[in-house]
Design a protein around this ligand. Structure first.
Ligand SMILES: Nc1ncnc2c1ncn2[C@@H]1O[C@H](COP(=O)(O)OP(=O)(O)O)[C@@H](O)[C@H]1O
Ligand SMILES: [Mg+2]
Length: 260
C-alpha cells in the first residue's frame, strides 16, 4: 500500500506558553479531501501552517510520502508538492488574471537579454488551465481585482493544479462567500480531488465540508475533538458535534453570570 501523501501523528505546537495544538493526527490521501473543522482559536491555521512550512511542529511526527519531514520554509513544502491557498489571497489586484496565474514564471520567447514575455502563449495556457477546471473566463487580461472572491479562489486552485501540486491546502476558502459562490468553490475542490490531488479543506461550516469531505478532523482549543471517516458520521451528527461545543460554552457562561 502506498504511504499517504501526508500523515501527521500526535503533532503539537506551542507559541511560548500558549498550546496552540496538541496530539493531532490525520492523513491526506491522493484523490481525497481531509476536512479540518473547528471554531476560532481551534488550531486550524496552526495545523495548516505546519503542513505548509510556515511553522514547525514541536511534538509528534509529520510525514510526507512516508518520509519524516520538518520544513524550514514554505519553499520546502512547495518542493514536496504542497501548495497552500490562503484566505487573503496573495494576488496583485491590478495585475491581469494571466500574469497572476504565472507570477514570475511566465513563458518567454528567445533567450538571454533578448527574452520576451510570451503573452500570447501565457494567456492561452491560463485560459486552457482554467477551462480544464471548468472555469470560463473570457478575458484573462482583466485585472484580478475585478474577479469575485470565489473566482479568485478558483483561479488559485487552478494555478496549484497546473503547477503540479500534489497536496492542496485551502484555509477557509468559503468563509467570506455567499451560498452560491461557496458552491462554485466547492465544485473546484471536488475537481482537484478528482484529478488525484489530496486536498486539505479548512472550514467551520459542516455543510460545506460534508458534501466534499472523505474524513473530518474536529478541533477544539487546539485539541482533537473527534476524527471520522465519512462512513462513520452523517451531516446531522457532524453539525451536532460542531455546535455542541459552542452551545456548552454559552451555557457555561450563562450559568457563571447567573451566579454572580
Ligand atoms: N503566532 C502566534 N503566537 C501566539 N499564539 C498564537 C499564534 N498563532 C495562533 N496562536 C494561538 O493559537 C491558538 C490557535 O490559533 P489558530 O491556529 O489561529 O486557530 P484557528 O485557525 O482555528 O482559528 C489560539 O489560541 C491562538 O491565539
Ligand atoms: Mg484560522
Amino acid at each position: 500500500m502506498n504511504a499517504p501523501l501526508i500523515e501527521v501523528t500526535d503533532v503539537g505546537k506551542t507559541y511560548g506558553s500558549v498550546i496552540a495544538l496538541r496530539d493531532v493526527s490525520t492523513v491526506v490521501n491522493s484523490g481525497e479531501v481531509t476536512c479540518v473543522l473547528g471554531d476560532n482559536g481551534a488550531g486550524k491555521s496552526t495545523l495548516i501552517k505546519i503542513l505548509a512550512g510556515v511553522h514547525r511542529h514541536d511534538a509528534g511526527e509529520f510525514r510526507v510520502d512516508g518520509d519524516p519531514v520538518r520544513f524550514d520554509s514554505p519553499r520546502d513544502a512547495l518542493d514536496r508538492g504542497i501548495a497552500t491557498v490562503y484566505q487573503d489571497l496573495a494576488v496583485v489586484p491590478l495585475m491581469s488574471v494571466w500574469r497572476n496565474f504565472f507570477l514570475g514564471s511566465e513563458p518567454t520567447i528567445g533567450f538571454g537579454p533578448l527574452r520576451l514575455l510570451d503573452r500570447k502563449r501565457g494567456k492561452e495556457i491560463t485560459r486552457n488551465a482554467l477551462a480544464r477546471m471548468g472555469i470560463d473566463l473570457r478575458d484573462v487580461e482583466q485585472p484580478v481585482g475585478t474577479l469575485s472572491g470565489g473566482e479568485r479562489q478558483c483561479v488559485a486552485i487552478a494555478r496549484a493544479v497546473h503547477f503540479g501540486a500534489k497536496v492542496l491546502i485551502l484555509d477557509e476558502p468559503t468563509a467570506a462567500l455567499g451560498v452560491k459562490q461557496a458552491g462554485v468553490v466547492l465544485k473546484y475542490v471536488a475537481q482537484a480531488r478528482d484529478r488525484g490531488l489530496g486536498v486539505v479543506l479548512i472550514t467551520h461550516n459542516p455543510h460545506h465540508a460534508y458534501p466534499v469531505g472523505d474524513r473530518f478532523l474536529l478541533l477544539k482549543r487546539g485539541a482533537p475533538l473527534g476524527s471520522y471517516e465519512k462512513s462513520e458520521i452523517d451531516l446531522a451528527e457532524l453539525t451536532r458535534q460542531m455546535a455542541g461545543g459552542t452551545e456548552l460554552e454559552a451555557l457555561e457562561h450563562e450559568l457563571r453570570t447567573a451566579e454572580t
